[in-house]
Design a protein around this ligand. Structure first.
Ligand code: LLP
Length: 406
């Protein structure tokens, strides 16, 4: 998608002002995506998609709650002004840093492994908990992001739910919620099917059940040819799931969604500068200053991101777009398994700018300092205003925590 607020001239001006590589996010796009899921009682942002403090605060102001999967994400959520009551910790294990925080803060936990129950009861005796169920099937845009089924480490295996409920009772915890998340970028059918599974499981929990979480996983359109996700139909399907449970618990069930990608992916553009072009046999390479240290999705999953030349059109020809890293996989135009997939771009030369689209989710949040490349700057655009929400990392910060023992 091309956010209306981020036209070519605007992106080029921001790149001139702040340098490249530069992440630019469009605030109105995030607001619109949030509005589209407001049929859920609680929208809990999965901050792993993009944990920038300003984006967290923007979503908090819209009324979002927040998911955290590490002690660091708990700290971020608190720093962005979420009260502990609006944070849920979701994981398949507690590390010691997390348990130490849970002992001090009234944060709800979504438990994905039975061993966590006794550990949690030791720090929050008598607490309420949610159980994450692995329904025995999953689906995602890539097998690496499929989180259901026996090849996945996530959730409590469906036929151990009764045993987990016994474990919880034995240590004095009260199970008030069920959660499922079968994968990221999953199909409508699989996502709704996971809900049907939860409805069937809910009977085992009994009348303490108060919340039903649909997890996240909603796909977005990376290609224009991708079908739009039928979000209204999705909300209705989960409402029906909740009603089916309410019919026998005879009390209201609060319906939660836990989206990451859905809320932020399409808001983000990575602007990068062409620094060289070259021909390697039959192949044409356009070499840019962003690499997989900024955006690893193409290298890791063969993910497609639309790439456009800013302010240039005509004479398109097939090229590969590659970054500066000393590794051949540093190519943005590749499919699953690393097969090179050229895209059509106009003739380019050093100084031209490219926009890489739909990078608001799992772009900056998965960035690294590989090759001692600093983290890129990030800018939020809101109508006529733009704000630096992360300055470019300085070179001295790259090794500030290290010691030179000479
Ligand atoms: N809830 C749970 C328990 C999750 O594990 C995840 C994602 C989400 C919610 C949010 O999923 P979303 O709505 O964003 O699909 N790095 C990969 C995605 C990994 C997702 C991990 N868990 C990518 O770039 O596609």
């Amino acid at each position: 998608m091309r956010p209306a607020g981020l036209d070519d001239a605007r992106l080029a001006a921001l790149a001139r002002e702040h340098g490249t590589p530069l992440y630019v996010y469009d605030a109105p796009t995030i607001r619109a995506r949030f509005a589209a899921v407001s049929g859920f009682d609680v929208v809990r942002y999965a901050q792993k998609a993009n944990p920038n403090l300003t984006l967290l605060a923007l979503l908090r102001n819209l009324g979002a709650s927040i998911d955290a999967v590490s002690a660091g994400e708990i700290e971020r959520a608190l720093a962005a002004g979420f009260p502990p009551e609006r944070i849920v910790f979701t994981a398949d294990l507690f590390d010691r840093a997390v348990l130490e925080r849970l002992a001090r803060l009234p944060i709800h936990v979504n438990v994905g492994s039975r061993d966590m129950l006794a550990q949690f009861a030791a720090v929050q005796p008598g607490a309420e908990v949610t159980l994450r169920v692995n329904p025995g099937f999953g689906h995602g845009h890539h097998h690496k992001v499929t989180t259901g089924g026996s090849d996945s480490k996530h959730g409590i295996w469906h036929d151990e739910l009764a045993a987990a409920l016994d474990d919880a009772r034995a240590v004095g915890l009260v199970v008030v919620g069920l959660h499922v998340h079968v994968g990221s970028g999953a199909s409508f059918e699989r996502l709704v099917g996971a809900g049907e599974f939860l409805v069937a499981s809910a009977r085992q929990v009994g009348d303490t059940l108060r919340t039903l979480s649909a997890g996240g996983g909603l796909p977005v359109r990376y290609r224009e040819s991708d079908e739009a996700f039928p979000i209204e139909r999705y909300v209705r399907a989960w409402r029906e799931h909740a009603r089916a449970i309410e019919a026998y618990t005879r009390r209201p069930v609060e319906l939660e969604l836990e989206p990451g990608r859905w809320l932020v992916a399409e808001s983000g553009v990575l602007v990068t500068e062409v620094r060289a072009t070259k021909r390697q046999g039959e192949r044409e390479f356009v070499m840019v200053d962003a690499g997989f240290h900024n955006l690893i999705r193409p290298t890791m999953y063969g993910s497609y991101h639309e790439i456009r030349a800013l302010g240039k059109r005509g004479g398109e020809r097939p090229v590969l777009v590659a970054g500066p890293l000393c590794e051949s996989s540093d190519v943005f135009t590749q499919g699953p398994g690393g097969t090179l997939e050229p895209i059509e771009l106009p003739p380019l030369s050093p100084g031209d700018l490219l926009a890489i689209h739909d990078v608001g989710a799992y772009g900056a949040s998965m960035a690294s300092n590989y090759n001692s490349q600093p983290l890129a700057a990030e800018v939020l655009v809101d109508g006529g205003h733009s704000y630096v929400i992360r300055r470019r990392q300085r070179f001295d910060e790259l090794f500030a925590a290290e010691r030179d023992l000479r």
